[in-house]
Design a protein around this ligand. Structure first.
Ligand SMILES: NC(=O)c1ccc[n+]([C@@H]2O[C@H](COP(=O)([O-])OP(=O)(O)OC[C@H]3O[C@@H](n4cnc5c(N)ncnc54)[C@H](OP(=O)(O)O)[C@@H]3O)[C@@H](O)[C@H]2O)c1
Length: 299
């Protein structure tokens, strides 16, 4: 099978399309014939070595949508099931092993569905950490991104008023998601204060880029600020959220159904690249801008 691997940390040039052995599932694992692989910022950060040591050659990619193709003896999925979730052996590949999966709604295409696992898992966990409740005002930085867009909609479903930041080009997108939009960058605290004169109850930073100082200013301290993206958080006394190993599959399932039913929307159409162009897809992700999940399709 074809797969994207890398043998050392580095730039996009370390990614190689290789011929690899099709993996066999054991225990609770299934083998998924990948139809679409999500390209996440984590993928290029891991490739650059920002997440620490790796065993090489390393498979690239963690998020997949595809069809169960073989099952381990203790697996709870059947051959032919359409699934979304996490790859354990590299998602940028024709086949990968997986255990953490949710059903792909039939109404969603594979490139649309692959936008959901990481975004739903991360957004729901970060909002739980912030304990956002009905009637509160939440500010989401980077609200047009893959995670931010789902966070906006989950918070709206919980009854919160949501303010969101995005670039000037994406202000209408935030309105469509249900957020009151403003732009990020210099003066963001003043713009937020103008939109929420009574203050914001909680802040979720889904982008980083030095936003935490404005967040602390707006909150008058570090209480009820969570970032998923700013690695300086602990220096500033701000909580960094990462779900870690075990995904909230119920949250993934719920968001997938809401998107399939048209209750929730993805921030934009998927930005699709063929598997062989993984390097270009990761470079697109590295820009940190643009709408729609970046996706590798596998024929
Ligand atoms: N901790 C975790 O478990 C976890 C999980 C998933 C993701 N993450 C991290 O969360 C971040 C977002 O991931 P994603 O997949 O949602 O990325 P994404 O889809 O690329 O979205 C990036 C977002 O950041 C915005 N943005 C760009 N420059 C900005 C700036 N200077 N200030 C404020 N916002 C800015 C973009 O808005 P425009 O396009 O309008 O410019 C967009 O809304 C990444 O750093 C990723 O590594 C962490």
């Amino acid at each position: 099978m074809q797969a994207i691997r890398f043998e050392s940390f580095g730039g996009p040039e370390v990614l190689e399309l290789v011929e690899a052995t099709v993996p066999d599932p054991t225990g609770e694992q299934v083998r998924v014939a990948v139809r679409a692989a999500g390209v996440n910022p984590a993928d290029w950060k891991r490739r650059e070595g920002l997440f620490g040591p790796l065993e090489f050659p390393a498979g690239a990619g963690l998020e997949i949508a595809g069809v169960v193709d073989a099952v381990g003896p203790a697996a709870r999925w059947r051959v032919g099931d359409e699934v979304i979730g996490w790859a354990v052996s590299g998602g940028y590949a024709e086949y990968t092993l997986a255990t953490q999966l949710a059903a792909k709604p039939a109404a969603l295409s594979f490139p649309d569905a692959v936008a959901i696992p990481v975004a739903a898992n991360t957004a729901s966990g970060a909002l739980d950490a912030l304990k956002v409740t009905s009637g509160e005002t939440l500010l989401v930085n980077g609200a047009s991104g893959a995670v931010g867009a789902i966070a906006v909609q989950l918070a709206r479903s919980a009854g919160a008023r949501v303010l969101g930041t995005a670039s000037a080009a994406n202000q209408d997108v935030l309105r469509e998601l249900g957020a009151t939009p403003t732009t990020y960058g210099d003066g963001v605290a003043d713009r937020v204060r103008a939109l929420a004169p009574d203050g914001v109850d909680a802040i979720l930073d889904c982008a980083g880029h030095g936003f935490l100082d404005a967040a602390i200013e707006l909150r008058g301290g570090t209480d009820r600020i969570v970032t998923i993206a700013d690695t300086t958080a602990s220096d500033k006394g701000v909580a960094f959220f990462s779900r870690g190993g075990k995904a909230d599959l119920a949250a993934v399932d719920r968001v997938a159904r809401l998107v399939a039913d048209g209750e929730y929307r993805l921030p934009g159409a998927p930005r699709v690249f063929p598997l062989a162009e993984a390097a270009a897809a990761q470079e697109e992700s590295r820009t940190g801008h643009g709408l729609g999940k970046i996706v590798l399709t596998v024929d």
